[in-house]
Write a new protein. Sequence first.
Length: 161
Amino acid sequence: MGNISQYEVGERTIDWLLLEWYESSKRIISKKTSNGKEVILKFLNEAPGLVQGDIVYEDIYTIIVIDIKPCESIVLCPSSLFQMAAVCYEIGNKHLPLFYEQDQVLVPYEAPLFRLLESGGYKPVREIRKLVNPLKTTVTPHNSSTLFSKILQLTTSPAND
């Protein structure tokens, strides 16, 4: 229905639906709002990708809005583009979600990852933060013009049989 940051609330009451960061991508959510209203959300086709401030319901009296709860996080402030790439690679290699906010990389806190980043000299900080800006880390399929695909075509062509 939109986001509260760009929505005219008027005289209606905002009722917050508190979610953990990982619940924002669930297809089925059953929770109570901060005012005690039972809410069940079912997304049939794909994960919704709900974000801070999304409006999930409205009537003439109330608007129900997503509020992502703060959680224990690892916060990194890379000092260079190289360090940004390296730290994102280290975290991505562990298949963990990455978040980005004001030149900072954030990831949900895990003690082993924190120690790994410390030992790598990245100076991680442990803070309570809202994880609201996920980096899109899905890999797109290779197109047919990559070097690998050209080599594969050469090695599997009928002339080489």
